[in-house]
Every structure is written in C-alpha cells, then in structure tokens.
Write a protein that binds this ligand. Sequence first.
Ligand code: UGA
Length: 601
Amino acid sequence: MLTAKGSSEEETHLKMPRISIFGLGYVGTVYAAGFASKKIEVIGFDIDEKKLKLLASGISPIYEPGLSELVKDCVHRDLLKTFSTAEDAVLNSDVTFITVGTPSNSDGSIDLKYITETSRVIGEALKKKDRWHLVTVKSTVIPGTTEKVVKKIVEAASGKIAYKHFGLGVNPEFLREGSAVEDFMTPDRIVIGVSDEKSKVELERIYSGFSCPKLVTNIRTAELIKYVNNAFLAAKVSFINMIANLCQKIPNCDVTAVAEGIGLDKRIGKHFLRAGAGWGGSCWLKDLNALTNFARKNGLTLPLIDATLQVNDMQPFVMVELARQLIGKLSNRRVVVLGLAFKPNTDDMREAISIKIVNMLLNEGAEVTVYDPAAISNAKEIFRDTVNYASSANDCIHNADCALIVTEWDEFKSLKPEDFVRHMRIPAVVDGRRIFSPQAFSSKLRFAAIGLGANEYFNPALAVNAMIVSDSEKILLVRRTIEPFNGLWSLPGGFVEHDETVEEALTREVEEETGLKIRPKQIFDVFSHPLRSPVKHVVTMCYLADVLGGSLKSSNESLEARFFSASEIPARLAFDHHEIVEKYMKSQREYWKTGQGLVYG
Ligand code: UGA
C-alpha cells in the first residue's frame, strides 16, 4: 500500500519526462546515474561501444567516488538503460541532454566537432519522431553556439522547426572531478537557459526534486554563466597565488593567514583561496582560452583573465626557484615530485601543473623521480623514460636532494619531517600545497613553501660546518676568540648562499676561515641538531676532503686554524661538534682495527 508520500512520489515519477544522455564522459555518466537515482528513466548513449557495454552491465565507464554504486543500483532497477543507436535513444526519450566534450583548437578557440556531429544524429532521429522533443546542451559552449550551431543543424537534419516541433535549452553543469556525485545531488544552484515556455516547464519538471535556487535565463546567458563561473574560480586561485608570491618577499608573512583574513569577509568567502603550485585540470585552461578567444573575435580583451592565466604560468617557476634556493643548482641533483594528478583523489593529469614542473626540472638537468598514488600510469604516457617512477612516497624521497609537494594527497599529509630526514640525502622540502607545518618542518630540515615569507621558519641562510679530514687523517679545526665561544675550537663553517650548493658553501667557507683550498670527496654525515633553534638551524656536514693547497692563515683575525691528530683533539669544542668528531674517530678506530665500519658515503 502506498503512503501519501509514496503516492506523490509515484505521481512525480509518472509525470517525469524520459531522458537520453549523449556522451558518457564524466559529466554524462554522473548526470545519467544522478537523474536515474531520482527515479527518472534515463537512456545513456555514446559512440564508444565499450562505454555502452560497460554501462549496460551496470559498470560505470568512468571513476568518480560513489558513482559505481549509483550506476549499479540504477541499472539493476531498470532506471538506467542503454540503446546501441542514437535513433533508438532519441525515439525512446522525451528530452536529450548533449554532454559531449568541447576541446580546444590550437588557437584556443572552442572545437565544436563533437557538438555538431551529435546535433546531426539527434536531428536525423527527430525526423522519425512525431512528438515534441527537447534538446538541451549541457556541454560547455561559447555563447551563441546553441542557437547558431545546434539549432541550425538539428533543424536541417530533422526538417523540423525549433520551438515549434522541438524545444531548445542550455543547462550548464558545475561538477567538480572527485566530488561530482555530491555536486549533482546538492548543487548550489541550477541554471536553465531557454527561450520558450514549453522547454522551461520541461526542464523545471526534471529538476523539481532539487531544493536549491533555480535561475532561468535566456540561452546565451546560460552559456556564458558556465564560462564566467570557471573564470572567476580560476581568477580567485590565481589572485591568492599572486599574493602568495608577494608574501614570500615579506619577512614573517604567510599567505594562509592572509587567505583566512580575507576569506572571513562574507563578500569574499573562504573557498578557492588555497595558494599553491598552480591550478590545472581539463576545464579551466580550455574554458579561459575559449572565452578570451571569443572576446577577441568580438573586438575585446579580457585583461583579468589574461592575468589569471599569466599568474598560473608563473607558479611552476616559483616552485623550481624555491628548490634552487634550498639546494642550489639543480643539475645532477636528485629532485623528486610528490603528486602528479591535477588535484587529489583523481588520476587525471590533464593540464596538471606537475607536467610543467617536471619538465622544468629536467631542463635544469636534475635527475627526477616522481610518485602519485593514482596517476602513475597516466604519468608514464607523458614522461616515458625521462623520469624515474617510485612505488611509494618513502621510496620516492629515498636518497633525494630535494622533494617538491605538487598535489595535496592525504598520503603525503601524514609524512613527518623525520621521514624526510631519514630517507633523503639532503632533507629539503618545497611545500607547493601548504600541507606541512612550517614550524615542525623548518626546525628539522630545509623547508620552503608557496606563500611563506622569509622568516624564522624558512632558512635562506643555512649554516654548514665542515669536518675536513685530510689525507694524513688529521682534522681541521678553527679557534674563535670572540664571544660566546671564548677560545673554543670548532669545525670551520658558515652559511649557504642562495645560489650555491652545500658543497660549494663548505669549500668557500673553509677557504675563507682557514685559507686552505679543499675538494670535498665524500659526505660523512648530515644532520640537524635538535637543540638548535629554528632560527639558526644547523645542518652539520662532515667531509673527507683533499687539501689542495693554500696556507693555514685565516682571512679573519679572530680565527686560528689548525690540524689536529686523533689524540690531540680538544675535549671541548664549540657548536656541539665534539659528538661528531667522536663518532668519526670511533668509526676510524673500528676501521683501523677491523677494516669495517667506516661510515663514509
Ligand atoms: C572545475 C570547477 O570547479 C567545476 O565547477 C566545473 O564544473 C569544472 O571545473 C568543469 O568545468 O567541468 P575541476 O576541474 O574538477 O572543477 O577542479 P577544481 O576542484 O575546481 O580545481 C581546479 C584546480 O584548481 C585544481 O588544480 C586545484 O588543485 C586548484 N585549486 C582549487 C587551487 O589551487 N586552490 C584552490 O583553492 C582551489
């Protein structure tokens, strides 16, 4: 027995038009399953027979969280079907949604080849139909396309007249990849673009089960709304990325706080203000290019959209520059990229910013290793054998000189500074998605992040200390007479400048402090001292080195430099180095006794 609610649902169901969906990509499949889940009969159609077969057997042809279950359920309940011909799909439905792709031509303009072909087959099917039918464009199309292209082709192929024998509508989608089902179920609004009452009533009926605002406009306005929506979102992200680049120049400034500060203003809103390595994905670049191209053809430039694109083009350079600031020249360095997909929870690498970053690193001569939890097989198609592929985040950072976070996967968020310190040859991290705590990371390793000003957390001047063990097994120390060292001996050292590697810095500092020229042979150890404040975070590096020449004469009057043999090393050394020297000497003694235990390299 039906309840009162049940009978009204039943009535709605009976009144609902049947829908056919042309194009089973991620938009088409989500809408097909989504409408079907609302008890509307849906027919899916695609020229790709593989997709049709999959859908017919209850399997979603694309991956989206929650979609497989929805498709399976709707096919099982006979609400979602497929037909193998376009004609059957049209003849067995009342409304057709066009959801085919609208790629770009090489000049950025919209390529309408799928739209025109689909319009033609729909028109041919309509020739055989004696009832009114509604054709609705859901694909993203430049204003005027539905009325100037779709309408004309359908009219020509069917021999019928628009608004008389068939209706016309535009109904843009605002689905995000990765949360498309959720976006379908709980939209912010529904935009209905129509120019006749019958089409309006039909589309409103289809969406009667949705409680969000429904905006009815004319066809061209609805077409434009979709572009403007994407353009505004992209502009918001580029805007905060531009500010992030400014924050990097201001000591103690952090773009995340700036974004929070402005996001709390209701007129601005907090969404889409996450600064980062740049935006990607199949839609924004294509849509922004199509829009500027359309404007140009209408004698207009869109400077804010040009700037939005320009800022996004800059972000990969910013990432590479931050890596350079941390470890110096990138040539022959092992640089790793964590995250390749254009955003988390997808394997989609279309227009992903990772592609530009990897290519820039390769151009710099770096040896690049990449990892992504989902996108590795897509990445292999793109990068082929130019990079190494890792099977996990830890595998990726192993022995690396610098790690770049490019996509904010949850898997990376759980990485601790210790993981980088343990695995990497030089623990250096560029956080391109602001997933790590600057305090926690910069106290343990070299750390830079998009939008993080040069402050106590970022170490533009990294301290280095060298233990120069000469060929005669003597250790070079310097004595500082100035406060607070009070005549204690210590390892020579200083700061790494932005444009040099740690090795270069050590060589330079040793020469400046002792007058000796050295050639580092092997790194003995690299670590941070936990007692050091983040402000003067010290990475101590010990080298086995060839002493090439020069004389023991410091350029600095307050320093005295001397070689010590093992038995003469002073018991108290400045800068906590005693421990290092002890460790080194212990391993030496082990080696001399057993021939094993040397820890170089
Ligand atoms: C986007 C729009 O959000 C959808 O409304 C639209 O329907 C879709 O394009 C489309 O035209 O089909 P999507 O491409 O799935 O959806 O991705 P978004 O979640 O919008 O993210 C786009 C890019 O911006 C990603 O690379 C993301 O990492 C980046 N982003 C986003 C940021 O860098 N910061 C942010 O604050 C937000």
